[in-house]
Write a protein that binds this ligand. Structure first.
Ligand code: PLP
Length: 830
């Protein structure tokens, strides 16, 4: 971020300054006092649940350089620290928006602004993926599209962004002007005009007019992509208007393939087939809109095809997932617009899957006088489309939906449920293999909670990843290392066995400076997911150099042959790259030898096609106090090489050596940046690291009890009968997880799992798909209950480090062995 100094900001905003501001530019913007770091700007925003003005002193104590707050809410105390000031304004939200507007004009070359009643995030995500190979793209994180979300999204774009892709969402008249003033779009996309927030807009006409205000300042060569909808066509635009599908790219034909669709596309001059992992028509339409925008922005057809092949949509957008029992769950809780509900019903009704269809409906918010009519229509449609069951969550208008359904569906009355718990129980009882369950309604807590609960209750094996805990760990490392040390998240092995694009996007939003991966393809995957931070590729192949150029990746040069091959390829391509040079100082793995370092640096620099912008090494035993002498020796060797390189190159170098263990145990090894892997997930590489930092455990590997048996004395359990019951009777449980799922086989007769906070022994040998556990300590345990294999879940903790010891391995190995196909990854927080 390149923000103004406090004084420059004061000049930009209209307000009264109190105290003496620091001279350095502001570091970052925070609206949550717990996230404030020294040098930050804290903006106190009023909220329904939480008012930033109550945390002004906390933000100042955390080191904020400047606090922007409402004139009439300044605390009586005066900030005493020099370099800490307050700016009193009439409206802090407006001040945040003005800062974002300044940032947009200063640091972002062009902006594509996307609005619509639903599908904004889908179009934004797809467009970002399509553009990422051509431009430095920055996109709104998640669905940050509100009066607060838009300015924060703009401020996350790095300086030098060539194209910003931002969403704008409104719920009342007058809001769009403010968003348009921030975004100053060059190009616009209106996805559709639905009926959401009809209560506050009054009519679709007003909704359309308000949305179109986003585009009122777009001049040629700008354009707006808008649906061919008479209502929208009637509204004037100051620039050309494009109807998606009116020319190429156009959908010629489509047919089901696997659980997705095979699309036949006309790309203008060529045709292509693309398989996408969805059958939802609205999603496919959104994809065509994104392609239309990408084509206008200069992305060639073949590049689009490469990106869209096997395109996967983000969570909660008609996400289709099949449980091992064969029940299909369609989770579409992102929008509760009536049109979106009707399309979801139609899509699920027309899917070729056999079995019954169950509809879980959470109602639609804010429809004003249309509330009754729209809710009746949904009940009628669901009945007419052949749904077998209607389950209704509490909503003021649900009796209308129920009445309309019951009138057309005699004998199968709608079920009005009390809440999430009742829903979960009912689904478990009703759904049978082959059935499809559609969950739809507002993205309110209850429905997404219910979706998750059903999901979770039907997936016997899950790896839960708690993104909030990971963010917390980032904050702890920041506090430990101080603001001068950059942080790189090491996301090799598909983010330690979790989900690389998901983690990279979440970490970028929590202030991680760099992302580290092993291969260039992993770098491409996260660029397509909208990650704009620098990406270090630690183990690149020489034949991947073209990908590094294309996706703006920073390779690590780990040997002289690699350096030579890199230079040769770049010359042949006529391209340039920045690299980091790795020095081998005692790990005995990758890196040029200290005595080769100068020669390597000269070779790279003199090539004219490579800039050495960083230098790194890797420590072999920073987790182990017994090896501290060796670690110190490694650092000494490294520093000697770095000194020599600095003299030789005379350009700034980003110096880094520490992984989790070094960052925690060796302050001297932090240099300019630390590379964190295991620690982000709250796992400790060794007991010595555990003793030095407290982290939040962010993973949990969970399965279920599928059987409870009573065995009598002498009975043997599992392959080769290695466990024999010695008591008169023993209660034994069978858990649906085995070594094929990532339970270490070495858990046989020695591992432990946890239920209700109680440790339970693994009995006999672990099988491929299951294992037996001792239920004697837990007489109340029943089939269906959750079993924690390791991690932190609902107050229970079973340390993975300890499980690793029982399995005769290390925590790293334990984590990455959790099978990616059989164990559902579920993310918490967001
Ligand atoms: C894996 C790796 C890291 C991260 O190690 P953790 O112990 O998981 O923090 C850092 N740097 C390099 C070069 C690595 O290979």
């Amino acid at each position: 971020m390149s923000l103004p100094t406090p004084r420059e900001l004061v000049a930009l905003l209209d307000g009264e300054l109190r105290g003496s501001p620091a001279e350095q530019p502001l570091r970052a913007v925070a609206i949550d006092s717990r996230r404030v770091l020294p040098g930050d700007l804290f903006v106190a925003l009023g909220g329904r649940h939480c008012d930033g003005h109550d945390f002004v002193e906390a933000a100042e104590a955390a080191g904020a350089s400047l606090v922007v707050l409402r004139r009439d809410r300044s605390p009586a105390s005066v900030p005493s620290r020099p370099g800490c000031a307050r700016l009193l304004v009439a409206d802090p939200l407006l001040a945040l928006q003005q800062l974002a507007a300044w940032y947009r004009r200063t640091h972002i070359r062009r902006v594509v602004a996307i609005t619509g009643s639903n599908g904004k995030t889908v179009v934004k995500t797809a467009l970002t993926a399509l553009l990422a190979g051509r431009f430095r793209v920055a996109a709104s994180p998640g669905s940050w599209n509100s009066q607060v979300g838009v300015p924060l999204a703009v401020l996350t774009a790095p300086p030098g962004t060539e194209l910003g892709v931002f969403e704008a969402g409104i719920s009342a008249p007058g809001e769009m002007e403010r968003l348009a003033a921030i975004l100053a779009p060059d190009h616009g996309v209106l996805v559709n005009v639905g009926l959401a927030h009809l209560g506050s807009f009054g009519s679709r006409e007003v909704t359309a007019r308000e949305k179109m205000r986003l585009f009122q300042t777009i001049a040629e060569p700008g354009w707006v992509i808008a649906p061919d909808d008479p209502l929208v066509n009637a509204l004037p635009l100051p620039c050309p208007r494009i109807h998606p599908g009116s020319g190429p790219p156009r959908l010629l034909d489509q047919r089901p393939q696997g659980s997705g669709m095979l699309l036949q596309l006309d790309l203008g001059g060529s045709q292509a087939q693309v398989a996408v992992r969805t059958r939802s028509q609205p999603l496919i339409e959104d994809l065509v809109i994104a392609m239309t925008a990408a084509q206008r922005l200069g992305v060639p057809a073949e590049e689009m095809v490469a990106v869209l092949q096997d395109y996967t949509f983000g969570p909660t957008r008609m996400e289709t997932w099949r449980t091992p029992e064969g029940i299909t769950i369609v989770n579409d809780t992102a929008s509760d617009d009536p049109l979106s509900v009707q399309t979801a019903l139609a899509t699920v009704a027309s899917s070729p899957e056999g079995g019954r269809r169950l509809f879980v409906f959470g109602g639609m918010a804010d429809l004003g006088s249309g509330e009754r009519r729209e809710h009746e229509l949904i009940g009628r449609m669901a009945a007419e489309r052949g749904f077998a069951e209607l389950l209704l969550l509490p909503h003021p208008a649900r009796s209308h939906t129920a009445a309309a359904w019951n009138a057309r569906h005699p004998g199968r009355a709608a079920r009005e449920l009390g809440g999430t718990a009742a829903l979960r129980a009912t689904i478990r009882q009703l759904a049978e293999p082959g059935d499809t369950v559609l969950l739809k309604g507002a993205a309110r807590q209850e429905l997404s909670g219910a979706a998750r609960a059903i999901w979770e209750s039907m997936a016997p094996r899950r790896l839960l990843v708690d993104l909030d805990a990971i963010r917390d760990n980032v904050a702890r490392f920041r506090a430990l290392c101080g603001p001068g040390v950059a942080m790189l998240a090491v996301l090799k092995a598909w983010a330690y066995g979790t989900d690389l694009p998901r983690l990279a996007a979440a970490l970028q939003d929590s202030g991680i400076d760099w992302i580290g991966v092993s291969a260039a393809d992993e770098g491409a995957a996260i660029r397509r997911a909208g990650v704009h931070r620098p990406v270090l590729v630690m183990l690149m192949d020489t034949d991947e150099v073209d990908k590094a150029v294309r996706w703006r990746l920073t390779p690590v040069v780990y040997s002289l042959p690699f350096a030579r091959a890199l230079v040769a390829t770049l010359r042949a391509m006529g391209a340039c790259l920045e690299v980091h040079l790795e020095i081998e100082t005692g790990m005995g793995r990758l890196g040029v030898a200290p005595e080769e370092a100068l020669a390597a640096a000269r070779l790279l620099r003199d090539s004219g096609v490579v800039t050495v912008s960083g230098v790194m090494t890797h420590l072999a035993g920073a987790d182990d106090p017994a090896a501290d002498g060796d670690t110190t020796a490694q650092l000494r060797r490294f520093e000697a090489v770095v000194d020599g390189l600095r003299r030789e190159l005379g350009t700034p170098l980003l110096v880094h050596a520490a992984a989790t263990s070094g960052a925690v145990r060796f302050p001297a090894s932090r240099y300019d940046m630390v590379r964190l892997g295991l620690g982000l997930f709250g796992l400790h590489p060794s007991p010595a690291v555990a003793a030095a930092i407290e982290l939040e455990l962010a993973v949990a590997f969970i399965s279920r009890l599928v059987q409870v048996r009573h065995c009598s004395k002498g009975q043997r359990i599992g392959y080769n009968g290695t466990y024999q019951v010695s008591a008169e009777r023993q209660r034994i449980g069978i858990v649906a997880a085995g070594y094929n799922d990532g339970v270490p086989w070495r858990f046989s007769n020695r591992g432990e799992v946890m239920m209700q906070g109680r440790r339970l022994a693994v009995l006999g040998r672990v099988s491929m798909d299951s294992m037996a556990i001792d239920l004697e300590p837990l007489p109340e345990a029943a089939v269906g209950d959750e079993v924690l294999i390791f991690g932190a879940h609902e107050g229970q903790v079973l340390r993975p480090e300890q499980a690793a010891i029982q399995a005769g391995t290390i925590p790293y190995d334990l984590l990455v062995q959790v099978d990616g196909r059989r164990v559902q990854r579920i993310f918490r927080g967001g």
